[in-house]
Every structure is written in structure tokens, then in C-alpha cells.
Design a binder for this molecule. Structure first.
Ligand code: UP5
Ligand code: MG
Length: 190
């Protein structure tokens, strides 16, 4: 049984900006449960679930999976977790995603991290990754960048206006970037 109210961090940034890499460091230091929306969707594809084919086609095109699909996957993981501190990585991607989360989960994030990275650097990192992701090719990366700019930047601006956004300069070594992330969470520890 979970007594504590959840502490939710949304981790945002363009494709290859380093969200997943920094989440691993945050988990090591601050003990969050890491939920990558992209990883949950890829797990659905791998498990041949009813939505798998639709999710695969959406990811190949760099488009956004319907909100209720993604929110349900996140909700299931949150309910199963003993931890009350969550890093929700790569979500919400759109204003519609954000509103669906607020309505279904019924809470707002405490912190929103934004990894701000130049496009050339994001392209370089994604093309170097080499883990066989169906969306790690130049054609799909271009689409992912366009979708990020058109649909995710409005979400980032929304949280900036709400005073919840922590913008991180995502250029430098993994450790240099984590040095900017660290004080954000230190400030919330009692
Ligand atoms: N790397 C990391 N940090 C580095 C550094 N400081 N210097 C040099 N290299 C660095 O990093 C990317 C690569 O760069 C790695 O090789 C890493 O070693 C290196 P990573 O930490 O993986 O970056 P990340 O921001 O997590 O990149 P990712 O490609 O995962 O971001 P996306 O946002 O594109 O991918 P995601 O998995 O979140 O989503 C994929 C697709 O799923 C979306 O395009 C969309 O189609 C779908 N989706 C939805 O529809 N809805 C959702 O809610 C979520 C996803
Ligand atoms: Mg990632």
C-alpha cells in the first residue's frame, strides 16, 4: 500500500538530447522509478499486443501514439510501483498528452526537466547510437525533430509559465550535464 503522494518529474527534450542517459544517473543518486514512455511503447511492440502494429507504424513515422494508449501504460507501471518518486521520460509529447495525463492520473508534475540540445548534436547522437531502433535513421530523425518543435515545445512553454521548468544545457559530458541536474533534486530533499 502506498501512503505517500507521488512526486512526479517529467523529463523532456528532443530526440537524442540525453533524457534516458541522465535518468539513469538520477535513479542512482535520488532513487526514482524510471518510466520511459518510449521504452513502454517498444515493449508493447515486442510483446505482440493488440496495439503493437499501430505503435510500430507510429514510431517509424516519428508521430505520436494516441494519448490513452501511452497514459494507460504509464498508469499501470505507477500502480505496480512501490516507489512514490517517478521519472517520466519522454512524456508528455503534446498538449493533448499533458491534458490526458492530468485527467486520468489526476496529478500535475512537481518538476519538469528540459534538456536543451542543438539539433546537429541530437542528430549526431541518434545516428551514433546503433541499437537497432526503427526510428534511428536520418529520414525519421528529421520527422522526430519537426514533431518535437511543433508539439513538444508548447508543453515546455506551458510548464515554464507555471514555474515548473528546469532548463538544462544538454551539451557537454554526461557528468557535466548531471552537475546541472543534481541541484534541482537536492532542492526538493528535506
Ligand atoms: N549521449 C547521451 N548523453 C550524451 C552526452 N552528454 N554526450 C555525448 N553523447 C551522449 O542519448 C542518445 C545517445 O546519445 C545515446 O547513444 C547516448 O549514449 C548518447 P539518450 O540518453 O538515449 O537520449 P534520449 O533523449 O533518451 O533519446 P531518445 O532517442 O530516446 O529520445 P526520443 O524522445 O526520440 O525517443 P523516445 O523513446 O522517447 O520516443 C520514441 C518514439 O516513441 C517517439 O518518436 C514517438 O513516436 C513515440 N512516443 C510516443 O508516441 N509517445 C510518447 O509519449 C513517447 C514516445
Ligand atoms: Mg530515450
Amino acid at each position: 500500500p502506498k501512503e505517500k503522494t507521488p512526486f512526479i518529474t517529467f523529463v523532456l527534450g528532443g530526440p537524442g538530447s540525453g533524457k534516458g542517459t541522465q535518468c539513469i544517473k538520477i535513479v542512482e543518486t535520488f532513487g526514482f522509478r524510471h518510466l520511459s514512455a518510449g521504452d513502454l511503447l517498444r515493449r508493447e511492440i515486442a510483446s505482440n499486443s493488440a496495439d503493437g502494429a499501430m505503435i510500430l507504424n507510429t514510431i517509424k513515422e516519428g508521430k505520436i501514439v494516441p494519448s490513452e494508449v501511452t497514459v494507460k501504460l504509464i498508469q499501470k507501471e505507477m500502480e505496480l510501483s512501490e516507489n512514490h518518486k517517478f521519472l517520466i521520460d519522454g512524456f508528455p509529447r503534446t498538449e493533448e498528452n499533458r491534458i490526458a495525463f492530468e485527467q486520468i492520473i489526476g496529478v500535475e508534475p512537481n518538476v519538469v526537466l528540459f534538456f536543451d540540445c542543438p539539433e546537429e548534436e541530437m542528430v549526431k547522437r541518434v545516428l551514433n547510437r546503433n541499437q537497432g531502433r526503427v526510428d534511428d535513421n536520418l529520414e525519421t530523425i528529421r520527422k522526430r525533430l519537426k514533431v518535437f518543435e511543433a508539439l513538444n515545445l508548447p508543453v515546455i512553454n506551458y510548464y515554464s509559465q507555471r514555474g515548473k521548468l528546469y532548463k538544462i544545457n544538454a551539451i557537454g559530458t554526461v557528468d557535466e550535464i548531471f552537475e546541472q541536474v543534481h541541484p534541482v533534486f537536492r532542492a526538493f530533499e528535506q
